[in-house]
Write a protein that binds this ligand. Structure first.
Ligand SMILES: Cc1cc2nc3c(=O)[nH]c(=O)nc-3n(C[C@H](O)[C@H](O)[C@H](O)COP(=O)(O)O)c2cc1C
Length: 192
């Protein structure tokens, strides 16, 4: 019975690049997800830089859209490159917008899976760790698991697909872990 529960996931890419490997990976998740998962993907092209002066009830439409999309999903997936040993500014900026009001935002208690991918061999492990640290400030429930950091991603994509079975398995496993975190979060919210 439980396995038929539907979950709505939102995958946000940390790259604005047209041919982004991370955006491709975010979209690829839909193809490998079990039938009970729906996955919307989002890029951050229209989001302005965070400005507390604009963070008022009439905040920019793109900010409202970001917050509503996160609020309406059961679980969030960040799929990001590493820029200079950290996450790209566009993704940090989106987390900053989504994180307000502080400790009571749409990110509070939200299950989040972090995926990083890079053409480099380490797959963005430092950005991955820094994202976890940043999300701690939002009280979201970052999935506890071995890092999903995909190195030499440029060699693992063919067209719109991942051609490396180990990477596909890793992504499937990580989706399962996100669903588990959603279930735990629901249990926890019923008990408290
Ligand atoms: C400004 C900049 C800094 C980068 N720094 C790193 C880095 O620290 N570590 C790394 O693995 N790759 C680094 N890269 C390479 C990117 O991770 C790589 O280009 C990746 O494919 C970009 O992601 P995308 O294909 O989703 O756009 C950097 C790229 C740029 C443009």
């Amino acid at each position: 019975m439980e396995q038929h529960t539907q979950y709505a996931l939102l995958a946000i890419s940390g790259s604005l690049r047209k041919a982004s490997f991370n955006t491709l990976l975010a979209k690829y998740l839909k193809h490998i997800a079990p039938k009970n998962l729906s996955i919307n993907t989002m890029t951050l092209h229209n989001l302005p830089l965070y400005n507390a002066d604009e963070d008022v009830s009439s905040s920019p439409e793109s900010v409202k859209f970001l917050r509503d999309s996160i609020s309406n999903c059961d679980g969030l997936i960040l799929v990001s490159p590493e820029y200079n040993y950290g996450p790209p500014g566009v993704l940090k900026n989106a987390i900053d917008w989504a994180s307000r009001p502080a400790f009571n935002s749409v990110l509070k208690s939200k299950p989040v899976l972090i995926i990083t991918a890079s053409a480099g061999p380490a797959g963005g492990t430092r950005a991955n760790a820094q994202l976890r640290d940043t999300l701690a400030g939002t009280l979201s429930r970052v999935v506890v698991r071995k890092q999903v950091a995909i190195g030499t991603v440029n060699q693992k994509l063919e067209g719109n697909r991942v051609n490396d079975p180990d990477t596909t398995e890793l992504l499937k496993d990580s989706l399962n872990d996100l669903v588990l975190e959603i279930k735990i979060a629901r249990l926890f919210s019923r008990e408290n």
